[in-house]
Design a protein. Structure first.
Length: 73
C-alpha cells in the first residue's frame, strides 16, 4: 500500500504501523480505543493511518524528565 505512485502512499496499514513502531497490532488497537488515541481512518473498509497524523500524535505524547508542575501557593 505504501508505494511511491499510490494515492495512499502517505498511509500505513495497521500491520505496517505496528512493524514501524516495534509493537504488536494488538497494541495499536489499544492505542486506537483510548481517548486521544492514535488517529486513523477507514478507506474502502481498510483501516489506515496517515503518517503525518501519527507523527503528530507521537509528538503530542512527549514527556520531559525533570519538569515538575508549578506549586500552588
Amino acid at each position: 500500500m505504501n508505494t511511491e505512485s499510490s494515492l495512499l502512499s502517505d498511509y500505513l496499514t495497521k500491520r505496517q504501523l505496528a512493524a514501524e513502531l516495534g509493537v504488536t497490532e494488538r497494541t495499536i488497537g489499544r492505542w486506537m480505543r483510548k481517548a486521544g488515541g492514535i488517529p486513523h481512518t477507514r478507506i474502502g473498509g481498510q483501516l489506515v493511518f496517515r503518517i503525518a497524523s501519527v507523527r503528530s500524535w507521537i509528538e503530542s505524547h512527549e514527556t520531559y524528565p525533570g519538569r515538575r508542575k508549578a506549586r500552588r501557593q
